[in-house]
Write a protein that binds this ligand. Structure first.
Ligand code: NDP
Length: 295
């Protein structure tokens, strides 16, 4: 392994500290603490874990966590009524609807119902549009965390060649937009892309968000490239055990890349830290206070 390992845990801890300091300063100025509401519909085990860890992180940052649980058979009307109440509640700065939602509920309609100024996940069409045209809004947490890691390592990204593998609405597309905003020359690859390895070989920055274990091979990479591995894949580890791996063949890639994020401990920890950051930004905007620099 010759590549530098990008320590997402350490970056996330530093961001959480900045957010906690920002929350304390906000309380002084606004006379209240930021509030983040998380809505879970149903009993999905993985979703329950995510919701719990978001609640713990919210309280750890000194913000108020509002948890709302609806039964798995809740109707869309009931969820929309809850979203309307949260939109109108001045103590709630950010609203998170844990996805996926049960099949009787139309996800797009629910996301569209969240006030754009409380949409801290940045999934609504308004915030996607704001990102596309370069207006301030909310950017999905995972790609924003990736950009923070890249800028920390590389400084100005201007002029660099970047390949984003994956074009989902929550990772690939916003990632490409953020890199374009930072003046990278961006290629977005997907399942129909031809000659992917040759395209990746030209890139200074490779962001893999595919959902396939070890998909990006070491010999696809340009020497010295910076590799951000978004993938989270659970694979068999023998004796009935499993482990998490990324979308990049880590050992191989580490012989060629200049720097690489590990899985776990890379992009993952940044996601929740950025969510806390987005909630603090939302609180400032909702209170008509300037957003502190360095967040
Ligand atoms: P999606 O399944 O929504 O998107 C996967 C993308 O990969 C699609 O655009 C798909 O192309 C593309 N793809 C699939 N197969 C290939 C292939 N053979 N060659 C090139 N591209 C291909 O996944 P997400 O974007 O939601 O997530 C991606 C990964 O990131 C997952 O492992 C997920 O668990 C992880 N993740 C991690 C987070 C974190 O906090 N670290 C947060 C969110 C996701 P097409 O569009 O053509 O189908």
């Amino acid at each position: 392994m010759t590549a530098e390992i990008i320590d997402g845990k350490a970056h996330a801890a530093a961001l959480r500290e900045r957010v906690a300091a920002g929350v304390a300063a906000f309380r002084e100025q606004a006379g209240r603490v930021p509030g983040l509401a998380v809505v879970l519909v149903g009993e999905d085990a993985a979703s329950q874990v995510y919701v719990r860890s978001k609640g713990v992180a919210t309280e750890g940052a000194g913000m108020t966590s509002f948890s709302h649980r609806l039964p798995a058979d809740a109707s869309e009307e009931v969820l929309l009524a809850l979203v309307a109440r949260l939109n109108a509640d001045p103590a709630v700065d950010g609203i998170l609807i844990q996805l996926p939602l049960p099949p009787q509920i139309n996800e797009a309609r629910v996301i569209a119902a969240i006030s754009p100024d409380k949409d801290v996940d940045g999934f609504s069409a308004i915030n996607v549009g704001r990102l596309a045209i370069g207006e301030p809004g909310f950017v999905p947490c995972t790609p924003l965390g990736c950009v923070m890691l890249l800028e920390d390592r590389l400084g100005d990204l201007s002029g660099l060649d970047a390949v984003v593998i994956g074009r989902s609405n929550i990772v690939g597309k916003p990632m490409a937009m953020l890199l374009l905003q930072r003046n990278c020359t961006v290629t977005v690859a997907h399942s129909r892309t031809r000659n992917l390895s040759a395209i990746v070989r030209g890139a200074d920055i490779v962001v893999a968000a595919v959902g396939r274990a070890g998909f990006v091979r070491g010999d696809w990479l340009k020497s010295g490239a910076t590799v951000i591995d978004v993938g989270i894949n659970r694979v068999a580890a023998g004796e009935g055990r499993t482990r998490l791996v990324g979308d990049v063949a880590f050992e191989e890639a580490g012989q060629v890349a200049g720097a690489i994020t590990p899985v776990p401990g890379g992009v993952g920890p940044m996601t929740i830290a950025v969510l806390m950051r987005n909630a603090l930004v939302a609180a400032h905007r909702n209170a008509s206070l300037p957003v502190p620099a360095g967040l």
